[in-house]
Design a protein around this ligand. Sequence first.
Ligand code: HEC
Ligand code: HEC
Length: 277
Amino acid sequence: MMSMDRRNALKNIIGITTCAAGATLVPSFANAAEEAWSLTPADLGTLAYAPIDPMKVAKLAYNQDVRNKGCMYQVFHALITALAESESPDAAKFAAIPTAMSVYGSGGIFGQGTICGNNNAAGMFFKLINIKGESASAHLASVSAYYEQTALPLNSAEFLAGVKDDRDTDLTPEVFATKVGEPTIAKSLLCHASLTRWADANDMAIKDKGMRCQLLSASMAYKIAEILNTAYEAGDMSVFPGKTPATTGCSSCHNTASTTVPSVMAGMECDTCHGND
Ligand code: HEC
Ligand code: HEC
């Protein structure tokens, strides 16, 4: 509705201009009004996803000029940039999305340790797109489960060579072992839990998180592209992790409809906070 109002407003302005300055001005004005697309709520879920190369997306996320702006930007910017360069009929719209809006999400939002920027970026991106006309929202659970259940960041020689920025010197498993240590399982979508489990397991301090978090975002960008590509090709989604059986069990009673037991809306692993883990 917003865009219609704006268009009508522009027509009115053009009408006035026509009287005041002559008809020759009208075409250029009209073209400018049509070309300036900007996102409105009506556009959410309408931008067509097209397959993108997971390694290319991971490499975009690990680019030196991108990775120094925080995890949420790494993932969101990489996905949007890859789509802007893809075969999507909406490539130009992807190119018009101001990815800088996502920088706020690093450190679990301003260092608060709440939702990890990787997951925040996935949500922001999934809300924009559709996959062959279908909402992408169902697949966000695969991203969350992968983040919660997988030892990250990825540290194979192949992955590290694939994401390495051309301006970097070495990025080998040996460098990873020194600067990151062992990959760890977050068991949570929170920046806080993810970081502290890593720091604790590796005798590191959170101030040393640089390469660990930057490669974590490259890993997540890679996996998100892989999940969406698989959904696009109508492939087997069961190869990706889903909710743990324990969480599914809790949610069978504690769900958004329950009135006889405390009602819960959550996709997160319940055990992380309510169990002994
Ligand atoms: C068979 C149904 C059922 C399942 C499955 C279930 N709960 Fe509950 N849960 C209940 C009921 C009923 C209560 C309310 C008890 C009460 O009010 O005394 C409850 C209460 C709770 C409470 C409130 C605190 C307390 O102890 O009274 C928490 C927290 C909770 N459940 C977490 C979980 C988690 C986590 C899981 C999965 C590991 C789970 N529940 C699985 C039925 C269930
Ligand atoms: C990030 C941590 C976290 C996760 C993950 C989490 N919870 Fe909770 N949950 C809490 C907190 C904190 C409270 C509030 C407890 C309180 O005030 O006593 C709560 C409250 C509850 C309560 C009500 C307790 C009461 O005393 O009435 C239930 C039931 C519950 N959670 C179930 C779940 C289920 C089921 C899941 C998984 C689907 C889940 N929670 C995931 C942290 C979490």
